[in-house]
Design a binder for this molecule. Structure first.
Ligand SMILES: Cc1cc2nc3c(=O)[nH]c(=O)nc-3n(C[C@H](O)[C@H](O)[C@H](O)COP(=O)(O)OP(=O)(O)OC[C@H]3O[C@@H](n4cnc5c(N)ncnc54)[C@H](O)[C@@H]3O)c2cc1C
Ligand SMILES: NC(=O)c1ccc[n+]([C@@H]2O[C@H](COP(=O)([O-])OP(=O)(O)OC[C@H]3O[C@@H](n4cnc5c(N)ncnc54)[C@H](OP(=O)(O)O)[C@@H]3O)[C@@H](O)[C@H]2O)c1
Length: 257
């Protein structure tokens, strides 16, 4: 693969459309590209005029996978996603060599229950984390909360529903709870309402069968910045604070814009 000092050129091997505005891309992975589950890379697409547009994307695939996978929105007239959605299998995707980001399990020094709260494409880093072993070895319970506007925008349902059937995860199956949450329509099997609303009325905790408390709970939140701010404010009122290097806490976040 071609490369320069900062990036390598990878080849797209698969594209999956989840909805008119959501799709996944799988590409080859440079042998030297290393990352921790939860991190992101900068992706580049070459435009027709030869210039390259770059954006941050979380890896949705696991660090042990031989390929890289990314989960993307299509922003109407978005500079990057308008180019990305045009790519086809066999086309090139530029991947910066250095993975980045702190939405990783090492943000927490302890904890019993891990809550992963995602809105929209903020699901991506959690797919990577959930497919690895570390999260299952460290936490007694893992709750994935995934909020989308409509049922048709809940992506990756086959993977999530069969996750714990993967041979290396079977022994941990009872630790996992999946709470899909749809905000703009009533859907059987899904909670109805925003993450924030369901935190306020206690429905999230009831559905998970767990209490949110500083001693036991650790939370990762990813996606819409307003959702993250609003959720953090509620958690703070309950004594759950951002985890910083100088002050270990209960919460880690990644804003997508
Ligand atoms: C650390 C990090 C990781 C990211 N990981 C992902 C990822 O895994 N998948 C992904 O699709 N995007 C991800 N993003 C967002 C991504 O970098 C781009 O913003 C996105 O590709 C849109 O690019 P654009 O040029 O088309 O539009 P931009 O000009 O970048 O964005 C225009 C507007 O679109 C909206 N928007 C941007 N991204 C999203 C999104 N993901 N979901 C909903 N609305 C959005 C916002 O309102 C934003 O202001 C991440 C961003 C950061 C900072
Ligand atoms: N999804 C689409 O059909 C679509 C189509 C074209 C363009 N877009 C554009 O793409 C962008 C984002 O689309 P998206 O649907 O992936 O992301 P999103 O707007 O962040 O919505 C994803 C989920 O997060 C919830 N959410 C949003 N703000 C929240 C908050 N403050 N607190 C708690 N929950 C919150 C939403 O609930 P609510 O439903 O209650 O907001 C929804 O369930 C928008 O700018 C939109 O204009 C979206």
């Amino acid at each position: 693969m071609a490369s320069d000092d900062n990036y390598t050129e990878q080849t797209l091997t698969a594209i999956n459309l989840w909805s008119p505005s959501l799709f996944s891309l799988r590409c080859s992975r440079d042998a030297g590209f290393r990352f921790t589950a939860g991190q992101f890379a900068r992706l580049g697409v070459r435009k027709e005029d030869g210039s390259v547009v770059w954006r941050a994307y979380s890896m949705a695939s696991a660090p042990h996978d031989e390929f890289l996978e990314f989960f993307s929105i299509v922003v109407p007239n978005g500079e990057f996603t308008s180019e990305l959605r045009r790519l086809r299998v066999g086309d090139r995707l530029l991947v910066a060599k250095q993975a980045m980001g702190f939405l990783t399990l090492d943000r927490f020094v302890d904890g019993h229950d891990l809550w992963l709260l995602a809105s929209g494409t903020g699901l991506a880093p959690f797919l990577s984390i959930l497919q690895g072993l570390e999260v299952w070895q460290r936490f007694a319970r893992v709750v994935l909360v995934y909020s989308a506007r409509t049922a048709g925008e809940l992506a990756y349902q086959p993977l999530i529903h069969t996750l714990m059937q993967q041979p290396h995860l079977q022994e941990y199956a009872e630790r996992f709870a999946y709470l899909p949450l749809v905000t703009r329509e009533q859907v059987p099997g899904c909670l109805h309402g925003r993450i924030t609303t369901l935190l306020d009325n206690g429905e999230l905790e009831r559905a998970a069968g767990l209490r949110l408390e500083p001693a036991h709970s650790r939370l990762m939140i990813c996606g819409n910045p307003q959702m993250i701010d609003d959720t953090r404010a509620r958690l703070k009122q309950r004594g759950l604070q951002l985890s910083l290097n100088r002050r270990p806490g209960q919460v880690a976040v990644e804003n997508y814009w």
